[in-house]
Design a protein around this ligand. Structure first.
Ligand SMILES: Nc1ncnc2c1ncn2[C@@H]1O[C@H](COP(=O)(O)OP(=O)(O)O)[C@@H](O)[C@H]1O
Ligand SMILES: [Mg+2]
Length: 410
């Protein structure tokens, strides 16, 4: 479970910032359970500010059954009509009232938007259940048809002080230590995106302070997402390739992001398989190019990872799921310290073992690991530590990295 999931508030009280919005939602909930027909609410504001969380909290706090519409329901107005109009009048499964939620309504693409818009408006008029729609941008053309039908509730970016307080609370309940300067930096750079801030925090926990540069990744997320959108959503050779070529994000970084998100975005098996097939080839060409054999291989790498992945989709793409941060990158940043200790250790042993660093790590390490653990068992960690220090000048961390080495971690 990510920190973000773990610390998602269930109630409106737990929502950081946006007091005015929260008060409106509390009142909306009260009206809803009182059976009063309230105007539907449109929550809008930038990503990561708690819009979805707040809508869920309205349902949770008031015992309303949450009914969430997803992308496939929107395919066309006929599907929408069949799916949603009955919702307005049927009772929930477990409770008397439901909360009908249209999340990220401005991100959905609909085939016949005029028809779908009418169905949604009809639902709003007829529904016995309260309705919340969420949009990123109140002024988006896609939500224009709704503006007269809803009460608007704006979510603003919370300020960095509010985010800072939340981060401190999380750190405390995780019993972790992150230097204050880093928290300040995370809060500042998040630019009001709480989700982003918590994700950054997770990355920085247990990491070296020097890893602050990882946060730079955040600033480029918007750019990365733009390219990912073009690749995953277009299924068009040129659009995907041009998006990648026109961006300044390194291919290797993009490879990680694409690889992480293929299963999030593609809904059926063959596209996932084919996308990974293209991506793996892209990865081989990129590796070859970086080893210096032939720079022109990069051409194939970039086409395979953009257009190749894009064409693998058969249009059956999830519009709603969000991109996740490549776990490889966050893992690498977390293990940076121990990888460094591993390298230092190997370097110190090169003359003793008459082997180079790579051989020591790949071949000797498993044996050293077994020997050290046996010795620790017999003589205790401290004695072994002293011995290794005296003989090979290995410090505590370097001995630890041998002792904890496992073949399956890298
Ligand atoms: N105002 C907030 N208070 C507390 N946590 C928040 C807040 N906003 C976002 N979060 C955290 O970020 C995550 C994502 O928030 P979410 O509600 O999905 O944002 P949005 O829908 O506005 O993009 C939540 O799971 C929660 O952990
Ligand atoms: Mg959301």
């Amino acid at each position: 479970m990510t920190l973000c999931e773990k610390y998602t508030p269930f109630t409106l009280n737990g929502i950081v910032g946006n007091n005015a919005a929260r008060d409106k939602l509390v009142q909306f909930g009260i009206d809803a359970i009182g059976g009063k027909k309230a105007r539907p609410i449109m929550i809008y504001g930038p990503p990561g500010t708690g819009k979805t969380t707040a809508a869920h909290a309205v349902a949770y706090s008031n015992g309303l059954e949450l009914v969430e519409l997803n992308a496939s329901d929107y395919r066309d107005s006929e599907t929408l009509r069949k799916k949603i109009l009955p919702l307005g009048t049927t009772r929930g499964l477990f409770s008397k009232r439901s909360l009908i939620l249209f999340d990220e309504i401005d991100e959905l693409s609909r085939l016949d938007s005029a028809g779908s818009d009418r169905v949604i408006l009809q639902l709003m008029r007829e529904s016995r259940h309260p309705i919340i729609v969420i949009a990123n941008d109140y002024w988006s053309r896609k939500v224009g048809f709704l503006r007269d039908a809803v009460e608007k509730v704006e979510f603003k970016r919370p300020d960095s002080g509010e985010i800072m307080a939340l981060l401190e609370k999380i750190i405390a309940s995780e019993h972790k230590n992150v230097p204050n300067g880093i928290l300040v930096e995370i809060a500042k750079r998040s630019n009001g995106d709480i989700r982003g801030a918590i994700n950054d925090l997770e990355m920085m926990i247990d990491a070296e302070p020097g890893l602050l540069e990882c946060l730079g990744i955040r600033d480029r997320k918007a750019e990365i997402f733009r390219v990912l959108d073009k690749i995953f959503l277009s299924s068009n050779f040129d659009i995907a390739r041009n998006a990648l070529n026109s961006s300044d994000v390194e291919l290797d970084m993009m490879l990680n992001w694409i690889g992480q998100n293929i299963p999030n975005k593609y809904l059926s098996k063959m596209p996932v398989y084919e996308a990974y097939d293209s991506l793996s080839k892209a990865s081989m060409f990129s590796e070859k190019a970086s080893r210096g054999s032939y720079y022109g291989y990069l051409r194939y790498a970039s086409v395979l990872m953009s257009s190749g992945v894009s064409l693998a989709s058969n249009g059956n793409v999830s519009l709603l799921t969000q991109y996740t941060f490549p776990s490889r990158i966050s893992r690498m940043s977390k293990t940076k310290k121990s990888r460094e200790a591993l390298n230092r250790m190997a370097l110190k042993l090169t003359s003793e073992l008459h082997a180079n660093k790579k051989t020591i790590i790949n071949e000797h390490l498993p044996v050293l690991n077994a020997m050290i653990n046996k010795a620790i068992e017999q003589y205790g960690a401290e004695a072994v530590q002293e011995f290794m220090e005296r003989l090979y000048k290995l410090d505590k961390e370097e001995v630890a990295v041998i002792a904890s080495y496992s073949r399956f971690s890298s």
